[in-house]
Design a protein around this ligand. Structure first.
Ligand code: APR
Ligand code: PHB
Length: 389
């Protein structure tokens, strides 16, 4: 088989790029290791910056997102028994959309699967070859049969554990990483969210977050030690600890219900440089990971997809390769800004095990400064809604 662009990974990054290219008549094939149901069973964050939403619309898949997604004009930071609002709309003129990543991925699959053969599920042993040459190809196994796709470009959109990044020679890649000494225990429950807007809470017992997927589906998190496991936390224990970390009025208003999903996610910052090797281009989680605190995960992927999409269109429509040449540098500049912001939000709001009294004072002061300075708050807000591509 031959295609113009072979995309490894059918997560939001790979599917969105494939759909965007399709709108411009550029052929691609998405190779996904798992089934559609498996991919859609993964619970991920659900805050979209306006730039990501704009790409969804450009790809012709924004209709349900605009109908069912909630526009959020602000969020709260709770600390010391009070909550203070970050007015995103007032500070930036922009908003974010709360729309679950599962729903967004479903919309992308529905669109992509209208083109027969555009997504190949359960592609095993996917392997890129000859990526440093002008004739790269990808091999895989499907239903026990060995297959090969010849292409012009390979896109590595196969997430943090994928094969693409690993196929770049070690001496050509630099990796930058920070692992945080705690995780987030998350619970999804079919209850009315305690607050119509997100509440990020800093507390001596650790960070907590009240988020939501809709006004009938709540998503709550608490910071836990990495040594904890999901079995250590009954629903009762979870909600009791969550309430302890929230201002009294918020805790008292909380409606609790049985969890329909419960999991622990570690927190990590990671960037691989460069994001291109020969004719292999990395995008999304394959090249970078952020801790979830600033809700940047999907949004960091958005700028990669934006740059790649335009670079590929310029190549195929006008023979202009400048976008492809500049991809890694441009994408990384935006990626690092997302990294800085996620790291900063994480440092601001979490309790660190080895934190000295001095560091805790600075953390409190950072928060006090934030809410005393419209400029400092404006900086938080402009990062949260998404910096320009
Ligand atoms: N072969 C084929 N597919 C693979 C392989 C492989 N060897 N390894 C991984 N995959 C698939 C995974 O099954 C997954 O569906 O690649 C996809 C990668 O998707 P994500 O991990 O969601 O990464 P990405 O699309 O870049 O999404 C970025 O979405 O999930 C969040 O935390 C993520 O918020 C970030 C954003
Ligand atoms: C979520 O709803 O899962 C979520 C929201 C905001 C974050 C992280 C996760 O910063």
């Amino acid at each position: 088989m031959r295609t113009q662009v072979a995309i490894i990974g059918g997560g939001p990054s790979g599917l969105l790029l494939s759909q965007l290219l399709h709108t411009r008549g550029i052929d691609s094939v998405v190779l996904e290791k798992h089934t559609r149901d498996y991919v859609l069973s993964r619970i991920r964050a659900g805050v979209l910056e306006h730039g990501f939403a704009a790409l969804m619309r450009e790809a012709g898949v924004g209709e349900r997102m605009d109908r069912e997604g909630e526009i959020h004009e602000g969020f709260y930071i709770a600390h010391d028994g009070i909550k203070e609002r970050v007015d995103l709309q007032g500070l930036t003129g922009n908003t974010v959309i709360v729309y679950g990543q599962t729903e967004l991925t479903r919309d992308l699959y529905d669109a992509r699967e209208r083109t027969a053969g555009a997504v190949i599920h359960e592609a095993q042993d996917v392997q890129p070859h000859d990526i440093a040459s002008a004739r790269p190809y990808v091999t895989y196994t499907k239903d026990g049969k060995a297959e090969r796709i010849d292409c012009d470009y390979v896109i590595g959109a196969d997430g943090f554990h994928g094969v693409s990044r690993k196929s770049i020679p070690k001496d050509k890649l630099r990796e930058f990483e920070r692992v945080y000494p705690f995780g987030w225990l998350g619970v999804l429950s079919r209850t009315k969210p305690v607050s119509p807007e997100l509440v990020y809470a800093k507390h001596d017992r650790g960070f907590a977050l009240c988020s939501l997927r809709s006004q009938t589906l709540s998503r709550y998190y608490i910071q836990v030690p990495l040594s904890d496991s999901v079995d250590d936390w009954s629903d009762e224990a979870f909600f009791a600890e969550l309430k302890r970390r929230l201002p009294q009025d918020v805790a008292e208003a909380m409606i609790t219900g049985p969890s329909i999903e419960k999991s622990i996610a570690p927190l990590r910052s990671f960037v691989a440089e460069p994001m291109r090797y020969g004719n292999l281009f990395l995008a999304g989680d394959a090249a970078h990971i952020v801790p979830p605190t600033g809700a940047r995960g999907l949004n960091s992927a958005a700028s990669d997809i934006h740059y790649l999409y335009h670079a590929l269109v310029d190549h195929y429509k006008s023979g202009d390769d400048r976008g492809l040449e500049a991809y890694s540098q441009k994408a990384l500049a935006r990626v690092w800004k997302g990294q800085r912001f996620s790291w900063w939000m994480t440092m601001l709001l979490h309790r660190f095990p080895e934190q000295s009294e001095f560091e805790r004072k600075l953390q409190d002061t950072e928060l006090a400064y934030l809410f005393s300075s419209p400029r400092a708050l404006g900086s938080l807000a402009e990062n949260y809604v998404g910096l320009p591509f």
